[in-house]
Design a protein. Structure first.
Length: 384
């Protein structure tokens, strides 16, 4: 199948599955424990039913909006994802960021990216945000943020739903690791995926590129071991207060699921509350974000933007999250399936599919601007 024959995100998922070794595809595609949240996050959108305003002139539709101070043509953007070169060894994050620029959406880069913030900034002049975790050594986080700022990243996302890694059972079953270690399982899986294997062999080793220089500090397990040791289970709100002040405006807290935490995020100066369950990769059976939005909207009371993600595979899913009160919507797997299916053009295809679907949904709803996507157009959630 060619990229232009992919009619929807599920087609791109099928193409990515054909191209990537199983362990790599499963790392994108899988979730925690029984993958209930993963499945339910996609399915839940179907329980919200739409009505439309008839006989409206929808010749011109304006999809522009502002998310966390960033003016943007579209209300959705690329969510941060770790080790993106795994899915496209030659370019990874560079392909993502270039595709985002080409389709005029914001790109966000993970702390655990496999390309440096400087290289990403050199590759694209589009709007860029950077994601961080709270690490044991504050100085490392400060230095990383200072580098990102210097490179031209204008938003900072603090992820708070990962005190420990989720139990993603597909990974040990496939003997998956970052970087992929040569073993019988990998050899068998790549035998039928020569394109990916060839790219991997010709590209530099996949690692958390932004911290490569830390390897010299003598920690076990090289840079990956070093980064893993930086995660702490003891992190609390008092450990994150300094970050907003250090970064300045354009600060989001990602991984919020409760109204009281949304309020705390605002208390420490967050400009956006990001409702997310990490795409069902962390706490299984956690609530789909679309269900959480009204209580978060009540708690936030317009004092910050609200970003939502999780399970978005259609333009209508974006519209539904906006109708429930989100200011912006982030795409995780939708763009990763595109990357796995066909590198930068694949991500562009994914973004174009979501954009076309979103525009069509707006026209069918009789809405000509984002502010017209009001909750009255939607019923639900319907019981199953
Ligand atoms: C392969 C993969 C890696 C991810 N890595 C990160 C990460 O490094 N930092 C982060 O905040 N979120 C990470 N996420 C979560 C996404 O940013 C986003 O919250 C989630 O994927 C949204 O759900 P969706 O994939 O159903 O769209 C990752 C998700 C995937 C699928």
């Amino acid at each position: 199948m060619k990229l232009k024959q992919a009619l929807n995100i599920d087609d791109l998922r099928t193409m990515a599955k054909r191209k990537l070794p199983r362990m790599v595809f499963d790392y994108i595609d899988g979730g925690a424990d029984d993958e209930v949240t993963l499945r339910e996050s996609v399915r839940r959108f179907d329980d919200y039913q739409l009505t439309w305003r008839a006989l409206r002139d929808v010749t011109k539709i304006d999809t522009s909006t502002s998310i966390m101070g960033q003016q943007t043509k579209l209300p959705f953007f690329i969510s941060p994802t770790a080790s993106t070169r795994l899915f496209h060894p030659a370019e990874g994050e560079l392909a993502m960021a270039r595709a985002a620029e080409a389709r005029e959406v914001i790109y966000s880069c993970s702390t655990l990216a496999s390309q440096t913030v400087e290289d990403i900034a050199d590759a694209t002049s589009g709007p860029k945000w950077v994601q961080i975790y709270v690490w044991k050594d504050k100085e490392i986080v400060r230095n990383f943020l200072a580098r990102a700022k210097e490179a031209g990243f204008t938003g900072c996302i603090l992820t708070v739903d990962l005190p420990v890694g989720g139990n993603r059972e597909r990974d040990p079953r496939n003997r998956f690791s970052v970087p992929p270690k040569p073993n019988f399982s990998l050899a068998r899986q790549v035998a039928t995926k020569p394109g990916w294997a060839w790219d991997l062999m010709r590209s530099p080793k996949i690692k958390p590129a932004n911290f490569s220089h830390m390897r010299k500090q003598g920690d076990q397990g090289g840079v990956v071991g070093f980064v893993n040791q930086q995660f702490s289970r003891a992190v609390t709100w008092s450990d994150v207060e300094w970050m907003r002040e250090f970064w300045g405006p354009g600060f989001a807290i990602k991984g919020i699921s409760r109204a009281e935490d949304a309020k705390r995020a605002i208390d420490i100066g967050a400009d956006a509350v990001w409702v997310s369950n990490h795409g069902g990769r962390q706490l299984d059976t956690s609530v789909p974000t679309i269900d959480l939005l009204p209580e978060i909207v009540d708690a936030v009371r317009g004092r910050a933007d609200i970003i939502a993600d999780g399970g978005v595979r259609r333009g209508s899913h974006v519209a539904k999250l906006l109708m429930r009160g989100a200011t912006g919507v982030a795409l995780g797997r939708a763009s990763l399936y595109g990357l796995g299916a066909g590198g930068q053009p694949g991500v562009e295809r994914a973004l174009k599919i979501i954009e076309d679907e979103f525009l069509r949904t707006m026209a069918l709803l009789g809405a000509t601007r984002i502010s017209e996507l009001d909750p009255e157009l939607m019923r639900g959630p319907a019981s199953r």
